[in-house]
Design a protein around this ligand. Sequence first.
Ligand code: ADP
Ligand code: MG
Length: 315
Amino acid sequence: MLDIVIEVKNLTRFYKLKEGNKIALDNVSFDVKQGEVFGLLGPNGAGKTTTIKILTTLLLPTAGEAKVLGLDVVTESQKIRDNINFVYGGERGVYGRLTGKEYMYYFCTLYKVKHREQQALIERLLDLVGLKDAENQIIHTYSKGMIQRLHIARSLINEPKLLFLDEPTIGLDPVGAKLLRDLVRELSNRGITIILTTHYMQEADDLCDRIAFIRDGKISTIGEPIQIKESCNHLNLYEAFMSLDQTNALQKDKMFKNLEVDELKDPFVHLKFETDSLAETEITSYLEQFGQVLKLRKREISLEDAYIYLMKDAG
Ligand SMILES: Nc1ncnc2c1ncn2[C@@H]1O[C@H](COP(=O)(O)OP(=O)(O)O)[C@@H](O)[C@H]1O
Ligand SMILES: [Mg+2]
C-alpha cells in the first residue's frame, strides 16, 4: 500500500478574469499520508476549494504537479476518479422528491454497481450514515444534516480510498454537526483517508491528524494540531472572571492585546486577553481598577488562538 496518497508539488492555479489573471494557488506543496484525516484551513478565498477541485480532477492546474494515489491529476484523471469521491458542503438536495433509498439506487446505477449488489450495498451505506430509519422518507423532509449524510452515503458507493469533504458541517446545527463529525471519524477508522476543509477550529482539532493553514493561495503552516498549538506557546493568554463597573473604560484601554469581553450575569464578565510579559499580580492590580477580580488564570492555547495568531502573521 502507498504510504503517501497525495503528493502536491509547487501547485499553482490562475483563474482568467477580464481584469487579468487571479492567482488562487501559489506554488503550494504538501503530502497526505494514507489513513490521515488532513485538514485544510483558511479564510474564504484562500484556495481550499481550488485545491480540492484539482485533486478530484475537476479542475486542471496551471503549473506544478499533483498526484493522487500515485496517479497524475492531469494524465490519469479517470483512474483517480474511480478510487476517490467528494462531497461539497451545502450541496442542494436537487433530488428532493426522491426518497433516500431511491436517491441511492439512482447513484448506484450511475456508478454501474451490479443490479443484484445494489440493495445490500444501499442498506449497508444508509445504515452506516444513520439513515436506515429514514430511507423511505422523501429527501425534501430531511434535515440539512441528514441530507449531508446522504451525500456521504452516495460518496461511498464506489468504495473510495480517499474522500474529500469541503466544509461538510457548514450550516448544520450543533447536533447535526456532531453526527457528521462522528461519521467522519468512523470512516477514518475504516481506513479511508480524508481531506477536509472547515472553518470550525475545534472541529479541525478534534478530527484532523494534520492541518495546513492556507491563505492567499499559500500554505503558511503545516503540522499536527498539537504541534501547531505548541508553536504558539510563547503567547501569554489569560482569562479572567471579574465584576466590571466600567466595561467601556477597560475596552478603550490598550493594556491588553486581543481583548474579548463576554458579558455574564451583570456585573460579571469573562475576559480573554493576551499580555506581553506582565506578572499575574500586575495583571490583577491593573484589572482591579475596573472592578473586582474573582479569578485570573493562564489559558491553554486553542487551535483557534493559533490560527488567529499565525494567520495575522502571514498577512
Ligand atoms: N471560477 C473562478 N473564477 C475566478 N476566480 C475564482 C474562481 N473560483 C475561485 N476563484 C478565486 O480564487 C480564489 C480561491 O478561491 P477558493 O479556492 O474557492 O477559496 P476557498 O475555498 O478557500 O474559499 C478566490 O480569490 C476566488 O475568488
Ligand atoms: Mg471553498
